[in-house]
Design a protein around this ligand. Sequence first.
Ligand code: PLP
Length: 361
Amino acid sequence: MKYDRVYNFSAGPSMLPVEVLESVRDNMLNYEGSGMSVMEMSHRSKVYEKIIGEAEANLRDLMGIPENYKVMFVQGGATLQFAMLPMNLMKNNVADYIVTGAWSNKAYAEAKKYGKINLIASSKDKNYSYIPDVSDLPISEDADYVYICENETIHGTTFRDLPNTKGKILVADQSSMFLSKPVNVADYGVIYGGVQKNVGPAGLSIVIMREDLITDQLPEYVPTYMSYKIHADNDSMYNTPNCWAIYVCGEVFKYLKKIGGLEEMNRRNEEKAKVLYDFLDASSMFNGTVEKQFRSLMNVPFVTESAELDAEVVAATKAAGFDNLKGHRSVGGLRASIYNAMPKEGVEALVDFLKDFEAKH
Ligand SMILES: *Cc1c(COP(=O)(O)O)cnc(C)c1O
């Protein structure tokens, strides 16, 4: 591969498009004639205002974000949002959580610090290898919101249909599927994600929130920084934002528009994931761990018959230039994260390698 890069199957931080990295490199020392790097410029400067303004406009365009939704660039990872969401959205102090894997479980545990949290569905009984039926759940009458992690990065599941929230607000962690396909923003009260899976460098979350949910009627204890109203009213500039990460995300948004937007991205992602899933379905050595209809297009966990053989495969792939394929300890085996920036050739090369490995064993 160009620049001696490896095919990096990391779950995050993960690959970025080479074209974006090249553009960032070319502008590193002197961003578009400003005489300085984006890392060195004031967030209040005209140049930077244009960077963040265009990033938001392009994101709105890509996702078709309606006028009555705010876009906020908030520092910290998605993990900070696990606390910030209940702090800001609770009015009755009640929320309903659907737990389908490690990330929704973490969000659920954190939310419990701030109110009465009901676990209304879970797929723990089969080690989170499927998505429960969410068409008719016992939604609490006084729930302030219903929470999901729409794509579970570790367990490799994804929602096919959104839950029927019976009129309650839906909040979705989309960290590991952000901008991988078109979504209908109006179906949600809040969509948020850490950007380091699919869109940019770590240390930034993008929060897309319906305006009427943003309030300053918050409990006394809520830190100023953790009020969405503060971020919304100040256009993500209440304090110094993560200027660099926002800039790189903005370059990724431009790139996605250039290739044809999220419809095209989704088409490529489906085509790419099919290569790997078709192989797993045909293989007698490697097996996917997720029920077919809930398989993620982004994170693909799979196992062999033993932990020893798993480890052997991981070592062999690494030696052959495929990096970060070791599965998370809670699932074991291997996991290939094949986000937007992973080229189809990367997945094809991996499948060729695994076929060969299987044939030799
Ligand atoms: C990675 C990840 C997180 C945590 O992100 P941080 O930026 O490390 O806090 C949360 N949710 C999902 C779905 C993730 O994939």
